[in-house]
Write a protein of this length. Structure first.
Ligand code: 13P
Length: 334
């Protein structure tokens, strides 16, 4: 492992004013997004849609440091035959790859999930590196509900994240470590804080046991937010202050950067929260975005699967990328 090189990539992923485009929806997930805009879920449509984003020069060159791809996309070619990975590189962004294989029920833990995909991961990472991937992503899912999460689910998922991260670094790939505590449910912000803190502490302990070099990784956490069905809403300032406090309690300063998931927040909320945290300032790590829905909802709607809407889709993508780029600097204005 060349740690200097891993560190260089990790720092580039969280470069000031830039963040990550999470475009790694599985075929099933992108179907849900396409259904909402009346687009058929074909391989060509998935290619056209993603090509539209990757060719958006203003957004990609100025505000996007890296793109998380799904397995299908990393091998795909644009309409003119250029590999999509090449387009991303030409825009000055780093190609990355989602490597987990989704979730399965965790035995003995009703309602809880374990992320799978460790078997043969070392071989897959070698192939992805050859194809241009310089970072990877693995998402663990922790749900909050009556009697959950269990310690079993937290510990088992943290262990898998750490095993994945160690395998990535051995393959000279920067791991994005994503322990996502879901914002479904009716819990309040303090319950989200408590569960996320537990998950983060356990994750960093497991990373230590697996001898993962923190300088060569990026953390992708959720923010401390109330559940979507919670009666108790939280202000932007409360979310920012509690999330920064939570991260300071849990994330060592050796980690180069933290890139949040949006997790179902609205576009504007996701931007406002990130901006308010960076306005607090004085943080030991870069703090930016690795958004899927909060970057793509607007361009998806504007595009709606029609070739004549590509320019409108690209304008919508540029706008969201720019707003989040400003938020990553604490310079966004509502
Ligand atoms: P959202 O920002 O839509 O939560 O997606 C980010 C992601 O990559 C989840 O794994």
């Amino acid at each position: 492992m060349n740690l200097d090189e891993l560190n260089k990539v990790a720092r580039a992923m969280v470069a000031p004013g830039k963040g990550i485009l999470a475009a790694d929806e599985s075929t099933g997930t992108i179907k849900k997004r396409f259904d909402a805009i009346g687009v058929e879920n074909t391989e060509d449509n998935r290619r056209d849609y993603r090509e539209m984003m990757f060719r958006t020069a203003e957004a990609m060159k100025n505000h996007i440091s890296g793109v998380i791809l799904y397995d299908e996309t990393i091998w795909q070619k644009a309409k003119d035959g250029t590999p999509l990975v090449k387009i991303i590189e030409q825009m000055g962004a780093i190609p990355g790859i989602k490597v987990d294989e989704g979730t399965k029920p965790l035995p003995n833990c009703p309602g809880e999930l374990i992320t799978v995909g460790l078997d043969k991961l070392a071989d897959r990472l070698t192939k992805y590196y050859e194809q241009g991937a310089r970072f990877a992503k693995w998402r663990a899912v922790i749900d909050i509900g009556a009697g959950i999460p269990s310690y079993t689910a937290i510990r088992t998922n943290a262990h898998a994240l750490a095993r994945y991260a160690a395998l990535c670094q051995a393959a000279q790939i920067v791991p994005i470590v994503e322990p996502e505590v879901l914002m479904d449910g009716d819990h309040d912000i303090d319950r989200c804080y408590e569960v996320t803190e537990f998950m983060l502490k356990e994750t960093f302990q497991e990373l230590y046991y697996q001898r993962v070099a923190l300088e060569g990784m990026v953390l992708k956490p959720n923010m401390a937010v109330p559940g979507k069905k919670s009666a108790k809403k939280a202000s932007v300032q409360e979310v920012a202050e509690k999330t920064v406090k939570m991260l300071k309690e849990c994330v060592p300063g050796a980690v180069p950067g933290v890139a949040f998931l949006s997790g179902g927040q609205s576009d504007e909320e996701a931007t406002a929260h990130l901006d308010a945290m960076n306005k607090i300032g004085n943080l030991p790590w870069g703090l930016t975005f690795s958004y899927g829905r909060a970057l793509q909802a607007a361009p998806q709607k504007a595009w709606s699967g029609k070739a004549e809407n590509v320019a409108a889709g690209q304008r919508a993508f540029t706008h969201r990328a720019k707003m989040n780029g400003l938020a990553a600097l604490g310079q966004w204005k509502a």
